[in-house]
Design a binder for this molecule. Structure first.
Ligand SMILES: NC(=O)c1ccc[n+]([C@@H]2O[C@H](COP(=O)([O-])OP(=O)(O)OC[C@H]3O[C@@H](n4cnc5c(N)ncnc54)[C@H](O)[C@@H]3O)[C@@H](O)[C@H]2O)c1
Length: 322
């Protein structure tokens, strides 16, 4: 049966993928987004502007607007965030307001308006440096960035509202997301697939922190969107924070080599790790598989090809500052 689903941040890179999938499944989608993330018209470049989603331009910090948007919704995916680790470290106050206060507004209004399920979008950055190379939901979290800390707070708050106020909630911890339409943000050191691909297309050297042996669990955005929607649809996910990842570690150097195969090679400059950049790990996917009865299906090779094809057709989105 078709549902009314609010997607905050639904115009963004991941949100636009979630919105499109929800529409394909026959739902009514309401997008609340303040369009603050990129310096170009991404409502249209990322496709939500041309879709059947109802678009509300505004901030999750605007309580009246949040009330209006949640009133229309049976279900909520809260993906809006100040979504860049480096920017959150530099602009810690904005991190706090958008990612903490904005999240509180969404949780509170979801409870008051009788929303029947809320999924909070979290991140593997909640784990930080815990000395492990595989992150399980049972592990203690030691975030090393203010971004990771604000995400951990959001998860706890969402899950506490389930325990204390019977608002059905779940949280999804994304591992390194890549795929179209990813465009790097100025000053960011996240999103290496996009940064490397765009630098290579510009015939410029790429920059690798350390010696390139650090790992990430690269998860294609189509799988990220699917896992998030399943966490919303499945009652079994209520009350859980779930990893969404492939369960496979990939070294940064390997990603660079795969991109060179697709786009031609450029020199590599090796530099020290910046602060707040963890050595990295991959997802323990046992809980995700058992609760969602699902696992990601896009291979890294296919995902990188998908992104390279998209970026070749969208070179106008390669930022000048790169
Ligand atoms: N990309 C990743 O690797 C990754 C990893 C883990 C978690 N996440 C999380 O996934 C979600 C989506 O991130 P993304 O990668 O698509 O980034 P994005 O910047 O493309 O999307 C975030 C969206 O939120 C919107 N937004 C920001 N502040 C807002 C506000 N105050 N009110 C309303 N809308 C606001 C932006 O305009 C943007 O459209 C975020 O919650 C992010 O923290 C992303």
């Amino acid at each position: 049966m078709s549902k009314n689903i609010l997607v905050t941040g639904g115009a963004g890179m991941i949100g636009s993928n979630i919105t499109k999938k929800l529409l394909e499944r026959g739902n009514n989608v309401i997008v609340l987004d303040d369009l603050s993330a990129y310096p170009f018209d991404y409502l249209h470049e990322f496709g939500v502007g041309q879709s059947d989603a109802e678009f509300i331009k505004g901030s999750v910090l605007d309580k009246k607007l949040v009330r209006l948007a949640t009133k229309k919704a049976d279900l909520v995916i809260h993906a809006a965030a100040y979504a860049d680790v480096g920017a959150c470290i530099r602009n810690y106050h904005e991190d706090f307001t958008v990612n903490v206060e904005g999240t509180q507004n969404i949780i509170e209004e979801s409870l008051k308006r009788g929303v029947t399920k809320l999924v909070f979008v979290s991140s593997a950055s909640v784990y930080g440096e815990n000395g492990k190379t595989i992150f399980s939901e049972r592990d203690a979290c030691f975030p090393v960035s203010t971004y990771g800390n604000s995400k951990l707070w959001g998860e706890h708050q969402a899950l506490l509202f389930n325990q204390l106020h019977d608002l059905p909630t779940a949280a999804v911890r994304y591992f390194s997301v890549y795929g179209s339409p990813q465009v790097p943000k100025e000053g960011s050191h996240s999103w290496c697939v996009a940064i490397f691909a765009m630098l290579i297309l510009n015939k410029m050297p790429i920059k690798i922190f350390g010696n390139g042996t650090q790992v990430r669990d690269f998860t294609h955005v189509s799988d990220i969107a699917e896992g998030t929607i399943l966490a919303l649809e499945r009652d079994e996910a209520t009350g859980y924070a779930l990893n969404i990842g492939t369960g496979k570690p990939t070294q940064i150097g390997t990603v660079a080599a795969k991109l060179f195969e697709q786009l031609g090679s450029t020199p590599i400059n090796y530099e020290p790790h910046p602060k707040g950049d963890p050595f990295g790990a991959y997802a323990d996917t046992k809980l995700m598989k058992s609760i969602l009865n699902w696992e990601p299906s896009m291979s890294l090779d296919d995902g990188i090809k998908e992104y390279c094809n998209w970026v070749r057709q969208n070179t106008h989105l390669i930022p000048d500052w790169l």
